[in-house]
Design a protein around this ligand. Structure first.
Ligand code: SAJ
Length: 422
């Protein structure tokens, strides 16, 4: 088949190369000229395990090329961002614009698939009216479905293949056509439903995770007051066969979990109480983290601490900073007038202020080391080495990434988020 994939980001690019290395001819589209040029030169503008070699394979086979303009194709796949606005309502401008952009190229018999996560009813209420401009009869001459991406950054290629996939067509024919296409590389089960149910299922998955993390964060806040290590208590509770509590942390980042629950809250604000409460709990965690940094320092009689913040990406071993709790912690420290440096081996671009690529420089004159992301590199930090680089020996681990006993032995005063035993 020939495919036109609109949006070559964290989802669109890996998906494009997967289709290409499975024999489809893929034309990728992105509004970012620089990204398009890089992709055609087999260079990556994002970090993802296994993407480089697959991109090379796809381009070398002549089955994948990128452009800023769509083209005619059998299938159109839309994988563009669907962020929220300041007021926590869905910003569907990218989805709408991508749909409008393909309209001139859509022909009879084509299939349009939306992969972006969207509020339930977006396909029916936002996309279909735009696609009607093709003059084609929707469901008879033009087929449309929602097949939400469900892959986790860092393990995208494994999950693209192994995860079950949801396919929600606007009618049965749309669903079957979509299933046939994804079967070229998906080994998980493909479940068919309607477009709106598929939208709901996807939003529910991420909302479930957000609510569960908020519960874990609440347990961490309680544990900080009552002489309990929440990490240990949660681990023990999870030995129960029907309990699966997620882990606390400095907040919830990324463009999915921190965003998608608002898609439900927006639709039915009065009925989504737990959902909104959870969002607010998770959004409070960076503030709590900054307050803890201040408090721990005060307890050690350091009134004007210099903080070394380790980890800027929103989670371990990736280069993505979207909605990262670290950026919110930074804002809180700025507001409190606390000085800091930042270090993250995965972030090359100097987006955060006071960032250095040199760990020793980040630690210079620091009073407190704060771990905000559990990168593998940080788990391997040697306290014996670090202690020689800092002014004071204080460490605050918000991700349970360090063996704090080792740090204590090296002379550090230690604190773990959600743990009043450490
Ligand atoms: N986090 C915690 N505690 C946890 C798990 C995560 O604090 O127990 C934090 C992370 O540190 C991070 C944030 O939550 O800041 C989100 O990370 P994540 O690993 O939960 O999720 P994402 O955003 O990388 O990917 C999610 C996935 N959804 C689910 O697992 C239900 C992925 O499968 C989706 O494809 C993706 O959202 C998406 O694009 O929607």
């Amino acid at each position: 088949k020939s495919l036109c994939v609109v949006g070559l980001g964290y989802i669109g690019l890996p998906t494009s190369v997967m289709f290409a290395i499975h024999g489809h001819k893929v034309h990728g589209v992105d509004i970012n000229h620089k990204a398009v040029e890089m992709i055609n030169n087999k260079q990556l503008h994002i970090e993802e395990n296994g993407l480089q070699e697959r991109l090379e394979e796809a381009v070398d086979a002549g089955l994948f090329k990128a452009s800023v303009e769509p083209t005619e194709a059998d299938v159109f796949v839309i994988a563009v961002p669907s962020p929220i606005r300041e007021d926590k309502t869905a910003n569907l401008d990218y989805v709408r614009k991508a749909t409008e952009a393909i309209v001139p190229f859509v022909k009879e018999g084509n299939l349009v698939i939306l992969e972006s996560t969207v509020p339930p009813r977006t396909v029916e209420d936002v996309m279909i009216p735009v696609l009607e401009q093709t003059g084609l009869s929707i469901g008879e001459e033009l087929f449309v479905s929602h097949s939400p991406e469900r892959v986790i950054p860092g393990k995208v290629f494994q999950e693209l293949v192994d995860n079950d996939r949801i396919v929600g067509g606007i009618n049965d024919k749309s669903s079957t056509m979509t299933k046939d296409l994804y079967e070229s590389f998906v080994k998980g089960n493909i479940h068919l439903t309607d477009a709106t149910t598929a939208e709901m299922a996807k939003v529910i998955e991420n909302t479930y995770r957000d609510v569960n993390i908020a519960f874990a964060n609440e347990l961490a806040l309680i544990s900080d007051k009552i002489g309990v290590n929440s990490w240990e208590a949660i681990k023990l509770a999870n030995y129960h066969p029907r309990v699966n509590i997620h882990t606390p942390g400095p907040g919830v980042g990324g463009h999915c979990i921190a965003v998608d629950p608002w898609f439900l809250a927006e639709i039915e604000p009065d009925l989504s109480k737990i959902i909104q409460l959870s969002r607010n709990t998770n959004d409070y965690m960076p503030t709590y983290t900054a307050e803890q940094i201040q408090q721990i320092s005060k307890e050690q009689f350091i009134n004007d601490p210099k903080v070394a913040l380790f980890g800027l990406s929103f989670k371990a071993n990736i280069d993505d900073q979207r909605e990262s709790p670290s950026l919110k912690v930074i804002m809180e420290l700025v507001e409190k007038g606390i000085s800091f440096t930042t270090f993250d081996p995965h972030i090359k671009e100097n987006v955060a202020s006071n960032q250095t690529q040199d760990m020793d420089e980040a630690l210079k004159d620091a009073d407190i080391l704060v771990i905000l992301t559990d990168h593998d590199e940080f788990k391997q930090l040697d306290p014996e080495y670090i202690k020689g680089k800092m002014k004071n020996r204080l460490v605050f681990d918000t991700k349970n990434a360090l063996s704090l006993d080792e740090w204590k032995n090296a002379g550090f005063v230690t604190k773990r988020l959600g743990d009043s035993k450490n």
